[in-house]
Write a protein that binds this ligand. Sequence first.
Ligand code: GLY
Length: 306
Amino acid sequence: MKMLLANAEAWPGFDTTVAQLKDGGAGLDAMVAGIAKVEREAKVRSVGYGGWPNMLGEMEFDAGVMDGTTRDVGAVGAVPATLPVSALALEVMRNLPHVMLTGAGARRFATERGFAIDETLHPDSKRVWWERLQKEMSPEQLAAFPDIALAPLSNAITDPERVRDTTVFLGRDASDGIGVVTSTSGWAWKYPGRLGDSPIVGAGFYADSRYGAAACTHTGEMTMRCGTSRSIVLALRLGHSLGDAVKLAVEELGELTTGFLAGVVIHAMDAKGNHKVVSFRCEEEIRYWYWDERMAAPELRIADKA
Ligand code: GLY
């Protein structure tokens, strides 16, 4: 059964992917076509052009793709000046012997593959970043910026108003291939070079067409420590139900007591046609998009709370 699951911010591209899946399109191509629209939509304030810069006011994007039939993976991290980075992650998967490229190397490869050098800092993101940063700095720091130690600012500018969000698409295509695609601009005001979980296979995403797929949004610092997406798919392989597999992953997140702890949202599907979206430690109501081929149109649904 053809299926598509994505987080609420997927609205600019969800229908594009559904249409391509309906036409028999390959899952990863259909999902990258959809998520590319999300990345270019300025109203989505967590991903791509609408996202938030790092502490230096520079955009750095992360993305990952996984083909659950071959277990091929492509990922890019901390990539400057490039949209859509999900498409660049697919290029890594298809054209290199590597799984992940970061920073300047990823940008170099983007140029080789014909990606333009994009202006990726939205004027409103620049304004909010600078207003916020100014408030956190002493007059001496402000005068010397950016030639100052940034680490002392990194806790102070953990900004609860700017979500550590991601867009994730999990899909099953006409050949029963399950795949996953992720994209994010990462944590607002992050330390330069910080990678979230979105490009880290096993943490932010994992797919195996025989069992299912999982992908996470929000606090990558937690799912990287737990290998959350891989835990869920491994639990499915070991015979757990989808509900129990997600419960196990939530328990592991709950066992963390040190480091940066905040909300996580898990999106998961199994190869039997079930899906589950669970929010853990998120105060706000979490919604997600779901479609399968029995439905006339995609639906925006409410996630369970762990
Ligand atoms: N899950 C997105 C991030 O941590 O950057």
